[in-house]
Design a protein around this ligand. Structure first.
Ligand SMILES: [Fe+2]
Length: 447
């Protein structure tokens, strides 16, 4: 019988590390873990429930969560224990036996402290009965992980089928296939679960420390994640897993953009990677639009995030990757496309905006509109490169998109469209007053 040992409230705003620690706590301590991202949510939860243990980051959003939650436990007279992760100003005294501080967080220390506070012995941990197969959330599986045990998938008839053998390396096609077939979990034999989770933990912890992740691997990881989100979105579905993958990917794109200073360098890295055309386009438009925002007097970080969302989703409803390069009606009309493909290209902006407004509840304000207008048409149908009635951020995307399409098309033929070439095209093709700020920003760019 699989009886849980009790509930742990886990407060952290870094989703990947939270999921990772949650997995370890569930596997080793057999607890139910309730994940939260804000102090207010934790307070609301504690109004009605008294978990056995709270694990919290010391500080989130400039709030001393360790101190606030420890005080609340005292006031409510709960028997809840508390583990605070990271540096805290909390002073422990003789009455603080229910609190443990862990400054340098590792999974091992977290488990050791949690087991001690919950009075779980090593012997009890070893005896946990979790059934013949143990599920692992697919979103935790990184590409390139070398498997220390076979992995299985669950068939609709309830049988388990081996997907990869021990010592195989996970690759994007397998992860894509699993996700595409609607699997949220892979399974390992329960007897292998501790070994498997150990190896996964070590690998993912290294990945999360992004300063140790090469740019190339960040891009490959982003590409796989983008494909997973795209396959889900094209099936008109968006789960919390997909939202999490989107947000991790967007942070990753912005982080890469801030680490690279030269367009040439970025192009070189992308061209040596096995990334899709659409994702390359997405990364480059994010890079250029971020740098344009940096040069705008009115530019803010929030606008960079909004534009990154636009880059990520704007072309997700195109059925053919190659169609990302179609950006005016003349080109579209010149191709002898079927009525369906023509309709798909002509409406991809509107379709993406409609989908997001319906299914993505936490989309940053204004993103849906910018996506609708990303080819200059106010209503998201067709193309209008000289529009004066769309959002200024849509205009920035429009120009970044123009540059990126020229760069990608010319690099395929071994040429290069540098900033000077592009500026002269820009000045002759975009004469409206609303483009003056953007042209000036591009003149000032040092990319
Ligand atoms: Fe588009």
């Amino acid at each position: 019988m699989n009886t849980k040992n009790g509930t742990i409230l886990f407060l952290d705003n870094h989703d990947r590390s939270k999921h990772l620690y949650t997995l370890a706590l569930e596997v080793y301590l057999n607890n139910t873990v309730v994940e939260m991202s804000s102090l207010q949510d934790a307070f609301d939860y504690l109004d009605s429930y008294a978990p056995e243990l709270i694990i919290t980051r010391a500080n989130l959003e400039n709030k001393d969560c360790g101190l606030a939650l420890s005080n609340l436990i005292r006031v409510k007279n709960y028997k809840t224990k508390v583990i605070i992760l990271g540096k805290s100003d909390l002073k422990l005294d003789g009455n603080s036996g229910f609190i443990h501080l862990i400054e340098d967080v590792s999974v091992k220390d977290l488990l050791k402290n949690a087991a001690e506070l919950l009075n779980i012995t090593a012997k009890e941990m070893a005896r946990l009965d979790v059934g013949e197969y143990f599920p692992i959330d697919i979103k935790l599986l990184p590409e390139k992980l070398v498997l220390v045990s076979p992995i299985y998938k669950l068939n609709p008839d309830g049988s388990f089928e081996k997907v990869l053998d021990k010592e195989s390396q996970l690759h994007s096609e397998v992860l894509f296939m699993l996700n595409y077939s609607g699997q949220e979990f892979i399974y390992v034999k329960s007897t292998d679960r501790l070994k498997f989770v150990n190896s996964l933990t070590i690998y993912i912890t290294e990945m999360i420390a992004s300063d140790r992740l090469t740019l190339e691997d960040s891009i490959l990881f982003g590409n796989d994640s983008y494909n997973l989100v795209k396959s889900s979105v094209q099936k008109m579905s968006i789960s919390p897993i997909v939202i999490n993958a989107t947000e991790v990917n967007i942070n990753n794109m912005l982080s890469i953009s801030s680490k690279i200073d030269k367009l040439d360098k970025y192009l070189k890295i992308i061209s040596t990677n096995k990334t899709s055309l659409v994702f390359q386009h997405c990364l480059l438009t994010c890079f250029i639009s971020s740098h344009i925002i940096n040069k705008m007097d009115w530019g803010t970080n929030d606008q960079k995030v909004k534009l990154a969302f636009v880059c990520f989703f704007s072309n997700m409803f195109l059925e053919n990757d190659q169609d990302v390069f179609i950006r005016n009606e003349l080109t579209l009309n010149n191709f002898d496309y079927s009525a369906d493909r023509f309709h798909n290209i002509n409406n991809h902006a509107l379709n993406a905006a409609k989908f997001l407004s319906k299914y993505y509840s936490n989309l940053p304000f204004g993103v849906e509109t910018i996506i609708k207008q990303h080819h200059g048409n106010k209503y998201g149908v067709g193309f209008d490169l000289h529009s004066s009635s769309v959002s200024p951020l849509a205009l920035i995307y429009l120009i970044a998109d123009d540059w990126v399409c020229r760069i990608m098309n010319s690099s395929a033929t071994g040429q290069n469209v540098n900033k000077v070439d592009f500026l002269s095209l820009l000045k002759s093709n975009y004469k409206g007053i609303m483009f003056l700020d953007i042209i000036k920003a591009i003149e000032d760019l040092e990319i």
